[in-house]
Write a protein that binds this ligand. Structure first.
Ligand SMILES: Cc1cc2nc3c(=O)[nH]c(=O)nc-3n(C[C@H](O)[C@H](O)[C@H](O)COP(=O)(O)OP(=O)(O)OC[C@H]3O[C@@H](n4cnc5c(N)ncnc54)[C@H](O)[C@@H]3O)c2cc1C
Length: 386
């Protein structure tokens, strides 16, 4: 305040629940603006729901490069990353399409608490900016200003596979085949002697082991994949088109709000963006609802329409898409896929209605089930009881 008076509102520390990318992005921006920040994290380290697996920080849905966007908000790339400009994608008939772009399609980063990971890089930055981090602190109630960033609450998709060591050369592959990953895709990412292979499925959870085994066979056949010291891993993802991203008057960010691209299941860019927006809403005293609806809602809706369209088109739709992408200027085509079009506008009401229905996976009744979601929700229940 200009007259030297203290402002009780801005003097109160902001509590951030969860030290994932959403919570940490928010913490960095707030702390850099001089706000007191306490991040309360359930686990004893960051990234504990990940396993050193490679993920892609997508760079195709916006004209701005993701790192320029982060830098503008005051967040540095203080973690290892590798730009991916070239990728091979297969259709359900096993045909390969080579996709090359001038600007990176995505940046390969590592998740978990290891050296060079996104999670550890953001944590170090938040601490350097002055945020206090409390680990092993599971939050049930909060007082004062807060931002909720506790990650996914439900499983709308699961990704299951292996992290491994390998002598195979670097490469980045995906396949759209319902027999390998129902309504989703399988991927293989190899970089510097380490690899991640997974089936990312949007239904068919109960037969996850079968889908992973087929995915391994597929990539062995197509790429000569060899895995050493393969460790199984898995995780789940939550998509929602929230009516409100406020809970108890507090901004909800990242996957806790359901922010994620419904077509491809990419949530990190949304997590970082929404964390930044929540910080801005507190610093500038502007309405968070107005901010996320303006900055995030249009693309979230397009994602929902795209998922609906590709669910209807099935494997043939992906083949048509991949043919188009491999012929010319894939970056421009991908960018267009994420811009409003008459088709996405037309199908949106139906897509949104369809989307609001609860997950109905006929293969998983969540009873006596060994799928990633059922295992993790059981673990969460045990932890909360303890
Ligand atoms: C296997 C897998 C692969 C993926 N691949 C990609 C990809 O390639 N590209 C992409 O963009 N996205 C990908 N995603 C999605 C992406 O990882 C998430 O969208 C992103 O991590 C969401 O960030 P977040 O900060 O919202 O939540 P999280 O990263 O889940 O962080 C939430 C944090 O909150 C903590 N927490 C939870 N409850 C409490 C509580 N009560 N009190 C205190 N702390 C709490 C948790 O311990 C956790 O540390 C993938 C997800 C999975 C599972």
């Amino acid at each position: 305040m200009t007259n030297g008076q203290r402002n009780p509102h801005t003097d109160q520390p902001v509590t951030i629940v969860g030290a994932g990318p959403a919570g940490l992005a928010c913490a960095i921006v707030l702390a850099r603006a001089g706000r007191r920040v306490v991040v309360r994290e359930w686990h004893r380290t960051v990234g504990s729901r990940f396993h050193g697996d490679y993920q892609g920080l997508e760079n195709w849905s916006d004209k701005r490069d993701i790192f320029d966007e982060l830098r503008t908000a005051g967040i540095e790339a203080s973690f290892d990353y590798h730009p991916v400009n070239e990728s091979t994608v297969f259709d359900a008939w096993g045909e390969a399409y080579h996709i090359r772009t001038k600007r990176p399609l995505y940046y390969l980063i590592q998740r978990g608490g290891g050296d060079g990971s996104l999670d550890l890089g953001l944590l170090d930055q938040a601490v350097a900016a002055g945020a206090e981090i409390r680990f092993g602190d599971r939050v049930n109630t909060i007082e004062g200003p807060a931002v909720l960033a506790a990650g996914p609450r439900h499983a709308d998709a699961i990704a299951v596979g292996y992290v491994f060591e390998t002598d195979c050369p670097d490469g980045y592959w995906a396949v759209f085949d319902n027999t390998l990953a129902p309504l989703g895709y399988s991927y293989l990412l190899i970089h510097n002697g380490r690899g991640t292979l997974a089936s990312c499925m949007f239904t068919g959870f109960k037969r996850q082991a079968e889908h992973v085994a087929r995915t391994v066979d597929f990539f062995r056949d197509k790429t000569g994949l060899e895995m050493r010291d393969a460790k199984p891993f898995g995780g789940f993802a939550n998509f929602r088109l929230p009516r409100t991203a406020l809970q108890g008057g507090h901004p909800v960010v990242g996957e806790q709000a359901g922010f994620q691209d419904a077509l491809a299941g990419f949530g990190m860019r949304y997590a970082l963006r929404s964390g930044i927006l929540a910080a801005r809403s507190l610093i500038e005293d502007v309405d968070y609802t107005r901010l996320w609806r303006k900055e995030l809602q249009p693309q979230l809706r397009i994602g929902v329409s795209n998922r609906f369209i590709f669910n209807v088109l099935g494997d043939r739709g992906w083949r048509w898409m991949l043919r188009g992408l491999s012929r010319s200027d894939p970056a421009a085509k991908l960018l267009r896929l994420y811009q409003p079009s008459p088709l996405t506008r037309l199908v949106y009401p139906l897509a949104a209605w369809h989307y609001r229905r609860p997950l109905r996976d006929p293969s998983c009744d969540h009873a006596d089930c060994n799928c990633v979601w059922c295992k993790q929700s059981a673990r969460a229940a045990v932890m909360s009881a303890g």
